[in-house]
Design a protein around this ligand. Structure first.
Ligand code: S6P
Ligand code: ZN
Length: 190
């Protein structure tokens, strides 16, 4: 195939040209938030967009590099900040790099033993997600969190484990600041 450029608007995160945009609203992931009462209220008030992903389309084959921009909007469900669904890669032995372009976030990582790590996301942070770590990004700031991701094109996404069990930690606002807390719903022993 021919080499090509894409262009990123560093403020909005929009990619040009873009043939594939994923839009995640609260209704797509409402059960992932801790405060179900707050989630239901927000759903009734208008079902906000939580994030968008602008994908550059490349063949989903070994050797290619998938790349995209994610934009997580600022906001909270109860005290919990807007976040992505989070996933393992379907091919768990594939890594990923996130380069944050705008905003402030926390990247939650969790391995198959249920051990978690968190990394800060701010303009200029290049976060390395090694193979076998599930990942979820959380916008803890007041502006959109915009980051560029690149990963092996054959990696795929596995949302099932996270949909069932969630992550062992959540990020909530406490005294006006983000705080990483244990998730009471997470099954003990991973
Ligand atoms: C893909 C990469 C990101 C996420 C995006 C949305 O491997 O990690 O592009 O897909 O940030 O998150 P999620 O969990 O809904 O796919
Ligand atoms: Zn990923």
């Amino acid at each position: 195939m021919e080499p090509f450029n894409s262009y990123v608007d560093l403020l909005s995160g929009e990619v040009f040209p873009c043939r594939q945009v994923v839009v995640r609203r609260l209704s797509d992931m409402a059960r992932m938030f801790q405060d179900q009462q707050a989630a239901q209220k927000l759903l009734q008030e208008g079902n906000p967009v939580i994030y968008r992903v602008f994908n550059v389309v490349v063949p989903e084959e070994y050797g290619h590099l998938q790349h995209c921009i994610s934009v997580i909007f600022p906001g909270k469900v109860g005290q919990e900040y807007f976040m992505t669904k989070g996933h393992f890669h379907a091919r768990k032995d594939t890594a990923e790099v996130y380069l944050t372009l705008r905003g402030n976030g926390i990247l939650i990582l969790q391995n198959q033993r249920g051990e978690t790590r968190v990394l800060e996301m701010r303009p200029g942070s290049a976060s390395y997600i090694p193979p076998f770590w599930a990942h979820r990004s959380v916008n803890v700031g007041k502006e959109p969190l915009v980051f560029f991701a690149v990963y092996p094109a054959e990696a795929g996404h596995d949302y099932e484990i996270i949909e069932k069990q969630g992550f062992a930690v959540s990020v909530i606002e406490h005294d006006g600041k983000p705080k990483v807390v244990a998730n009471p719903g997470y099954p003990k022993g991973g």
